[in-house]
Ligand binder design. Structure first.
Ligand code: NAD
Length: 442
């Protein structure tokens, strides 16, 4: 089948590579010339495990191509996927300019029936706006061509995106046209063999399902973070509490890890956008506001612990392990590391940072500055530092040489923003160790 995908980011590129992998002819369209040139040269602009091989092999086989030209995109695929960014606007709502720009381009170029599939995370009602924009562009050139608009939100996780796409928990298809649902069922059939995971529903419910999924996951994290702050004040250990509640199958162990807040390109913006959607229809979503506020506060905790230990941070050097918002990605959007680094710089401290894959991204965001030293290795980052902060739980940080770190740091101080170390072991090794929700009673 022929597929066009607008947007070659984390979602678009993974979708394109996976659909090509099972034999479809995929054309990816992006507006970023640098990105398209790199992809045409066989370079992958993002880090996502397994993506490199898939893009290279499918490009070589001629099943995956890249272009800047939307006209070529519209002519190519019966399936027209929109997978462009929907960043937060100033008021928290999702900025739909990229989605609507694609809709406009499709309307301008449409020559025959197409299925326009919205994969970007968009507020309820966006499918109507996409339809209107296409109709408007068709009317401007007095054309009458049939098309359908479908909502097909994406649930992949960065860092495990390929396996999530290849073996999805569910494929949500929102459409009011049963024939379109069947065409999408055929497109997704290679990923839907074990048992039927395709959930056909109305468009608005499909759009809301994506926000509901992200909002409940963010809620679980903020709930645990709230409890961790309470545990600290009560002299309880949140990690023991976590296991105690996770053992109840109604609660489960997944997604109840306390830490230095959630980041990334989805949870923060989607919680804000849903809250905004609620406000727009006259409803105050108080739980969502609290989820967001708890997260903001949580992101500041590593800094608070450093201040608690050192007092003034001016002139201090802090080693930072982890820049990406979570392991196995180079994505630093809304990462807790950024909140910490920016606060440290504002306080007059220097940062020696290391991340296994996000160094280039960090350099792209912050450029060269005297108070940021990007280090080649985790051990290099601790050299000459007053304390070490772990902010991303990469595997390689889980069992480091604590003796060497202790000898290298100016002071044996570790702030563990993800609770990956054992407090008793840290104490036995002579560290002053701060973690989340496991401290002595305050
Ligand atoms: P991204 O920023 O990585 O990629 C978006 C791409 O779209 C960029 O390459 C940009 O140049 C391109 N683009 C912008 N305007 C365009 C246009 N008019 N035509 C063609 N390309 C255009 O974004 P992402 O992380 O892939 O997210 C895309 C959407 O998917 C968002 O709505 C996001 O909320 C949603 N989503 C993301 C994830 C995730 O884990 N990243 C998971 C599920 C859903």
């Amino acid at each position: 089948m022929k597929v066009t995908i607008y947007g070659s980011g984390y979602v678009g590129l993974v979708t394109g590579a996976c659909l090509a992998e099972v034999g479809n002819e995929v054309l990816c369209v992006d507006i970023d010339p640098g990105k398209i040139e790199r992809l045409q040269r066989g370079e992958i602009p993002i880090y996502e495990p397994g993506l490199d091989r898939m893009v290279t092999e499918n490009s070589k086989a001629g099943r995956l191509r890249f272009t800047l030209d939307p006209a070529e995109g519209v002519a190519h695929g019966l399936f027209q996927f929109i997978a462009v960014g929907t960043p937060p606007d100033e008021d928290g709502s999702a900025d739909l300019q990229h989605v609507l720009a694609v809709a406009g381009a499709i309307g301008e170029q449409l020559q025959e029936y197409r299925i326009v599939i919205n994969k970007s995370t968009v507020p309820v009602g966006t499918a109507d706006r996409v339809r209107e924009r296409i109709e408007q562009a068709l009317a401007e050139r007095a054309a009458q061509i049939e098309f359908d608009v479908v909502s097909n939100p994406e649930f992949l996780k960065e860092g495990a995106a390929i396996s999530d796409f290849m073996r999805p928990d569910r494929i949500v298809v929102g459409t009011d046209n049963p024939r379109t649902a069947e065409l999408l069922r055929a497109l997704y059939a290679p990923f839907n063999r074990n048992h039927d995971r395709l959930l056909a529903m109305d468009i608005r419910s499909a759009e809301l399902t994506k926000y509901a999924a992200n909002a409940i996951l963010a809620t679980k994290i903020s709930f645990m973070n709230e409890l961790s702050n309470l545990a600290e004040r009560l002299g309880a250990d949140i990690e023991q509490v976590r296991v105690g509640i996770g053992s109840d199958p109604r609660i489960g162990y997944q997604f109840i890890y306390p830490g230095a807040g959630y980041g990334g390109s989805c949870f923060p913006k989607d919680v804000k956008a849903l809250e905004r959607t609620a406000r727009d229809c006259g409803y105050q979503a108080e739980l969502l506001t609290a989820v967001e506020n708890v997260n903001e506060r949580q992101k500041a905790i590593p800094l608070r612990k450093l201040e608690q230990h050192f007092g003034e941070l001016k002139g201090r050097t802090i080693a930072l392990w982890g820049l990406a918002f979570k392991p196995n990605t180079d994505d630093m959007r809304e990462a807790s590391s950024r909140v910490l680094m920016e606060a440290l710089w504002a306080a007059g401290a220097r940062v020696r940072a290391y991340d296994p894959v996000a160094m280039e991204e960090c350099n792209r965001i912050y450029g060269k500055r005297g108070d940021l030293i990007l280090c080649e290795s985790a051990m290099e980052a601790v050299q000459g530092a007053d304390a070490l902060v772990v902010i991303t739980e990469w595997k390689e940080f889980r069992s480091p040489d604590f003796f060497e770190i202790r000898e290298t740091l100016r002071q044996p101080v570790i702030v563990d923003g993800r609770n990956i170390y054992d407090p008793a072991q840290m104490a036995a090794l002579g560290y002053t160790y701060y973690s989340i929700g496991r401290g002595p009673r305050q």
